[in-house]
Ligand binder design. Sequence first.
Ligand code: UD1
Length: 354
Amino acid sequence: MKMIVPERQWVLATGGAGYIGSHVVVELVAAGFGVVILDNFENASPDVLTRLARITGFDIPVVRGDVRDKSKVAETLMRYGIDIVIHLAGKKSVGESVSGPLDYYNANVGGGIAVLEAMRETGVGKLVFSSSATVYKAGGAGTLDENAPVGPSNPYGRTKAMLEEIITDTVASRGLTRAISLRYFNPAGAHHSGLIGENPTAKPNNLFPFIAQTAAGLHPKVLIFGDDYPTPDGTGVRDYIHVVDLARGHVAAVEHLVANAATADHLRVNLGTGAGYSVRAAVAAFSGACGFDVPFEVVARRPGDIAICVADPGRAKQLLGWTAKLSFEQMCADQWAFHRTCEDHNTDRLVVSG
Ligand code: UD1
């Protein structure tokens, strides 16, 4: 396997072995960047490294470590001559964050601070941060642009909103030169190779992995949480974004940081498609992708859920020149292909980190 000799800058991807991180690594390598992964593998499988090598044709350097270990982060930044950090490492379950908030503040806020300190100490000035649409206050009408009020309703969302604020203050103090926080809507799907994707070992909370596992026979049916929302078919509407499109949004953010190195600021940018799909539409599209009807039943609403959450993706287009390209149907097909691969090789299920 070849070692990476990048045509362009070196990027450190914290959490680069996770669901989103692994797709970001693939797209960065394809765009000519050198990539180093820092991951503690708490919520990711080491198998992903072999799979990344198969997809990219390169051995991606990996440092096993926790972002809260500031010296390890600083040592990695120095050792590889890193120019840009994409900080994806963190915990991502809303429910877990409610029952164990301190773990979430420790990992997500503490981890983020350690990364910022290591960057400041080593003079690495450019950061892309993995934020979330969860930072927005629930209940707004229409699509959400980046000026929509922030007001997360759970500890997980608060860790993301807090780190965004900390990044703003750090840029203002010249502890960082430039940062972009990417506010993800609902990532789903998998790489078209079927080699990387999301297949949680625990019962998934998110809709797409749950539909895929139901189609694979792991659950008797999809439970649709409520059909009395004020939406066209009564079920919740979300902006599902193909994880490969999402990964390409990170590359566009990195390109933007490289091209505009001189200006100090912190941009917040939505990564979504601008189109909303209901839970019923998701089950129907997935059934189309796998060629049989995935069973479902409508049950009561899930506490804390909102009716609609859809991005206004205008800023990403205007500033980063990025738009989502892959269809909802493609997302379902790729997620299903990945799940079938997992069933074939049941030893190497991939689990995710943000
Ligand atoms: C959830 C998180 C959000 C996180 C996002 C990541 C909550 C409250 N929010 O968002 O912070 O950024 O995942 O992707 O957990 N649904 C069902 N049946 C299921 C699962 C979901 O009907 O088994 C419905 C939900 O009611 C919702 C839609 O499907 O309408 C999407 O749910 P989900 O995938 O969990 O995402 P969000 O709740 O939007």
